[in-house]
Design a protein around this ligand. Structure first.
Ligand SMILES: *Cc1c(COP(=O)(O)O)cnc(C)c1O
Length: 464
C-alpha cells in the first residue's frame, strides 16, 4: 500500500515511510492511496476470532510485505498486557445499546489499543534500519502515559514527555513518572499544556536540533494509530451481526482520530449506519456538522479533559475525502484557517458529511447526570468521556433495528472525583495499579524556556 498526503504535494511513500514520518513533508497527513475492501464474506469470517487475529486481518492490507510477516506476533505481544482476555470486551447496556470497553490496557485509556501497536511497529522498523529516534511529546495526561507505557524499555528510542507541572491529575502524573526504564524521561514544565505544546513545536521547527537529535513523534496523526483503531470497530460490528446488520457508533471525540478510524472501517466495507461525534463544551466538530463552518474557539476545561481540544488535527483526513481527494482544496482551506481563523465548506460537502456523521455536545452537568443515570439503571460505572458518547447514543433517535455501540474510552478510576459526584462512590484502580500511589516517582522540573528543554533533551538522547 502507498500513502499520499492530504495536501497533495508530497511524494507517495510506503507504509514504513508513513509510519516513521508521522506528518508528511508538505504539512499534510498520510492516507492510503486506495481503500482496501473487506467483502461480506471476509467480514462474516471474522466473527468469533480472538481480537489479535481479527486485527491482523484488518491491518494487513495497509502494510508492506516485511511488516505483514511480523504482524501476528507483534499484535499478540501488544495485547498480551491487557487486563481482559477479550482485549476490547463488548457489554450490553440495554435493548439497543452496547458499551465497547477500550480501557483494559496498561494506562486505562483507549489510546493503549493503538499505541501498544505503534510503539512495537516503530521499534521493529528502526531496529531493522539500525536507526534510533528521540520521541518528544507534550501531554495533558492520557497520551503521555500511553506513549510511555508503549515505548518503555525499547532500545531504539528515547522518550521525553512534557507535562504541565501541577496541572495533570495524580493518577495521570504517577502513570508517567513511576516508570523506571532508562529510556523514559519526564519533564514537569513550569507552564500550561499549551506552553508544553509550543515548546515541542519549537523543537521540531529548529531544523539543526531536530536532525541532530533525530526527533520523532507518536501523536495521533500517525497513520498506524488510526489503522490500529479501525480494528475494534470491525470487531464490535461483526459481534453484533455485521455484515448482515448495520451498526452505529457513538464516539467521544477530541482530535477526531478515533471517530475517523470508524470512517476507515466504513470505507473498508463495514456497514456503518452512523458515526456520532460526541463532544463536550469544546464543540468545534459538532458546530461544523451543524453549520459547515470550522472555527476554533478558546479551550474550556471540562470534566472530560482528553476532549478539551479545539484543533482536531485528524479532521483534515475527512476534509480530503469530502473534497474528492483534492489536496489543493485542502491546502486552501488550511491556509484560510491560518489567515482568518475559520473556513467553511459548501452545502453539498456538508450534506455528504451529514450522511454518515452527526454531532452532539454535553456540558459537565450533563456528564455527571449521565454517569448517574447509567449507574442507577445498569450498575455500570462509566467515565466522563464515555458519558458524552452515551448521551449522543440516546439523543441520536436511530431506528430500533440499528444497534448503537458507545465507545468507553477511559476507565472510570482515571477520573474518580467526577464519577464519585455522580454515583456516590469512588471507583477503585484495577489490581495492577493498586500500589501506584506508593511507587517512587522520577521527573525533572524545568522552566518554560526552550533552551532549558533542549539541553534536557540533548542530555537524555542517546542518538547522536
Ligand atoms: C484521547 C481521548 C479521547 C479523544 O479521542 P480523539 O481520537 O482525540 O478524538 C476521548 N476519550 C479519552 C479518554 C481520550 O483519552
Amino acid at each position: 500500500m502507498r500513502y499520499v498526503s492530504t495536501r497533495g504535494k508530497a511524494a507517495a511513500v510506503g507504509f514504513e515511510g508513513a509510519l516513521l514520518a508521522g506528518l508528511a513533508p508538505d504539512g499534510g497527513l498520510y492516507v492510503p492511496e486506495t481503500w482496501p475492501r473487506l467483502a461480506g464474506d471476509d467480514l462474516a469470517a471474522l466473527a468469533g476470532l480472538p481480537y489479535a487475529r481479527l486485527a491482523e486481518r484488518v491491518l494487513a492490507p495497509f502494510m508492506d510485505e516485511a511488516g505483514r510477516a511480523a504482524l501476528g506476533p507483534l499484535l499478540d505481544a501488544a495485547y498480551a498486557g491487557f487486563a481482559h482476555p477479550a482485549v476490547v470486551p463488548l457489554k450490553q447496556l440495554d435493548a439497543g445499546l452496547w458499551l465497547l470497553e477500550l480501557f483494559h490496557g496498561p494506562t486505562l485509556a483507549f489510546k493503549d489499543v493503538a499505541l501498544q501497536v505503534l510503539g512495537r511497529m516503530l521499534d521493529a522498523a528502526l531496529t531493522r534500519r539500525g536507526e534510533r529516534l528521540t520521541i518528544v511529546g507534550a501531554t495533558s495526561g492520557d497520551t503521555g502515559a500511553a506513549a510511555i507505557a508503549a515505548c518503555r524499555g525499547l532500545a531504539s528510542m528515547d522518550v521525553v514527555i512534557l507535562h504541565p507541572k501541577g496541572r495533570v491529575s495524580d493518577v495521570q502524573r504517577r502513570q508517567m513518572t513511576t516508570v523506571a526504564d532508562a529510556n523514559i524521561h519526564n519533564v514537569a514544565l513550569e507552564g500550561s499544556f499549551d506552553d508544553c505544546q509550543a515548546l515541542v513545536k519549537a523543537m521540531f521547527n529548529d531544523a539543526p536540533f531536530r536532525d541532530a537529535m533525530r526527533l520523532g513523534a507518536v501523536n495521533s496523526i500517525n497513520w498506524a494509530r488510526v489503522m490500529a483503531q479501525a480494528a475494534y470497530y470491525v470487531a464490535a460490528a461483526v459481534a453484533l451481526g455485521s455484515p448482515h446488520r448495520r451498526v452505529a457508533f457513538a464516539v467521544p471525540t477530541g482530535n477526531f482520530g478515533d471517530v475517523y478510524a470508524g470512517y476507515v472501517a466504513h470505507r473498508m466495507g463495514l456497514p456503518v449506519a452512523r458515526l456520532l461525534v460526541a463532544t463536550n463544551t469544546n464543540d468545534i466538530l459538532a458546530r461544523f456538522l451543524e453549520t459547515g463552518e470550522y472555527r476554533p474557539a478558546g479551550v474550556t476545561p471540562t470534566l472530560s479533559p482528553s476532549m478539551d481540544i479545539q484543533v482536531a488535527s485528524n479532521f483534515e483526513r475527512l476534509l480530503f475525502e469530502l473534497h474528492g481527494r483534492d489536496g489543493a482544496a485542502v491546502e486552501a482551506l488550511m491556509t484560510e484557517l491560518a489567515r482568518k481563523g475559520r473556513f467553511a465548506v459548501g452545502a453539498d460537502r456538508l450534506t455528504d458529511a451529514r450522511a454518515l456523521f452527526a454531532g452532539t455536545r454535553l456540558d459537565d452537568a450533563g456528564m455527571v447526570d449521565t454517569i448517574g443515570r447509567v449507574f442507577r439503571a445498569t450498575g455500570e460505572t462509566i467515565d466522563p468521556h464515555t458519558a458524552c458518547g452515551i448521551h449522543a447514543a440516546r439523543a441520536a433517535g436511530l431506528s430500533r433495528e440499528v444497534p448503537v455501540v458507545a465507545l468507553a474510552t477511559a476507565h472510570p478510576a482515571k477520573f474518580p472525583q467526577a464519577v464519585a459526584r455522580a454515583t456516590g462512590r469512588e471507583p477503585a484502580l484495577p489490581a495492577h495499579l493498586a500500589d501506584l500511589a506508593s511507587r517512587p516517582e522520577r521527573y525533572t522540573v524545568l522552566p518554560n524556556e526552550l533552551g532549558a528543554v533542549q539541553a534536557f533533551v540533548r542530555a537524555s538522547a542517546k542518538a547522536r
